[in-house]
Design a protein around this ligand. Structure first.
Ligand SMILES: [Zn+2]
Length: 404
């Protein structure tokens, strides 16, 4: 048996940090921090955020000068039920490419198959994965380039009690209910699908994320039913059902819903981000609350790509960088009632995204193929999840696109 001597013990407890990120621009909107600081990590938690921390106090030092150091990015709308659902993508690859520490699956699974998402995807993943549970029992089961059949069209599959029961049993992972409203997804069932999803959310005491597609129902009809704290995703979609008013600005329904506490999420995806909607909304003082990618098999190679690319696009649409960071850290954490995430306060879990800001001419593209010339791209540098370093896969998006 080896008994440590007093000298050895004191050396161990001399409070060396495990990791020190030195000299980056720390943007932590929750705590009102935006400036050059060092960030120290100990035992998987944030131990200090200070002007200058002695490098000798850390076991490992990483120079992040000229990089942005922000709370671990949270992508509130993803589809990562890889291989089990046709729209699922590899969570490890997506998170490395976009330095996202928390992927939130938006309704790929329902009550009937959440156990597979939990045991085969979430458990072995290198990053945190949380989820909204689809109100429809099988989740999103028919989604492909040539075949789309909405899971919210069939009333027999939408059983609030079954949805709420699975949420109750998995409160550590399930943060809300998801429903996809629109001509294709909810079909003739229409507003009844939304009512059943709200019923499930009420039973479980969680927020509802509602997808908006082509009408019916209309943007106004959907928003009228949504409750404070519920999330409308695909908020800046194109016509039909765009958020913009003919007279300029956004529809009155958006303004009144925001006043009531409804949250507006980008959910870019393959069909739900239009420059004209975004520009008119942002230009009239209606920015989104949350930026998310809606990354899935049909959007991962563009035009959404991933969260970092979607954030770059929104910055090029006029959102200030610190606000874009808030919309992908603090705001989604609060929306899913996980205020422990999305921040770098001392004692918080050490989820950190380190991002480069590069100047480059780049043509951003929306879901209708329209382009806008941009000058800035955010690029992945390194991801830290619970104090563990996960090196980014920084291949440029164009190369990834060609490989697939
Ligand atoms: Zn989606």
């Amino acid at each position: 048996m080896c008994i440590p001597t007093l000298a050895k013990l004191s050396a161990v407890t001399e409070n060396t940090y495990d990791l020190l990120l030195k000299g980056g621009r720390v943007i932590d909107p929750r705590n009102g921090v935006d400036g050059v600081f060092d960030v120290a990590i100990k035992a998987g938690r944030i131990a200090a955020v200070e002007g200058a921390i002695d490098a000798a106090t850390a076991e490992q030092v990483r120079d992040v000068a000229d990089k942005i150091v922000c709370p671990g990015l949270i992508d509130l709308h993803t589809h990562v039920y890889d291989k089990a659902t046709p729209l699922g993508v590899d969570p490890g690859r997506v998170s490395r490419r976009s330095v996202v520490s928390t992927l939130v699956d938006a309704g790929s699974a329902g009550a009937g198959n959440f156990a597979g998402l939990r045991d085969y995807v979430i458990a072995p993943a290198p990053v945190r994965i949380l989820a909204f549970l689809n109100i429809s029992f099988p989740g999103i089961f028919a989604f492909g380039p040539t075949l789309m059949y909405g899971e919210a069209r069939i009333p027999e599959l939408l059983v609030p009690e079954l949805c709420a029961k699975v949420i109750e049993a998995n409160r550590d992972l399930l943060v809300g209910v998801k429903v996809r409203m629109g001509e294709v997804t909810s079909g003739a069932l229409g507003m009844k699908a939304l009512d059943l999803a709200i019923e499930a959310a009420e039973l479980a005491g969680v927020p509802l994320m509602t997808h908006i597609g082509s009408p019916p129902p209309t943007y106004d009809e959907i928003l009228a039913r949504m409750r404070p704290g519920d999330i409308l995703t695909h908020c800046f979609r194109p016509e039909p059902n765009a958020p913009i008013a003919e007279t300029g600005g956004v529809l009155d329904a958006l303004v009144t819903a925001r006043e009531r506490g409804v949250l507006f999420d980008i959910g870019h995806g393959a069909g739900a981000f239009h420059f004209r909607s975004a520009e008119q909304a942002i230009g009239s003082g209606f920015p989104p609350d949350i930026i998310s990618s809606d990354v899935h098999t049909l959007s991962i190679n563009g035009p959404a790509f991933d969260l970092l690319h979607t954030m770059s696009k929104l910055v090029n649409c006029g959102i200030a960088l610190p606000d874009a960071v808030a919309m992908a850290t603090d705001a989604p954490a609060r929306a899913m009632r996980r205020p422990d995430l999305g921040q770098l306060g001392v004692g918080a879990v050490a989820d950190i995204s380190v991002v480069g800001e590069i100047e480059r001419d780049y043509d951003f593209r929306d879901v209708r193929g329209e382009t806008r010339a941009g000058k800035m791209l955010l690029e992945p540098d390194v991801l830290i999840v619970g104090g563990t370093i996960i090196e980014a896969d920084a291949r440029p998006f164009e190369i990834v696109e060609k490989e697939n």
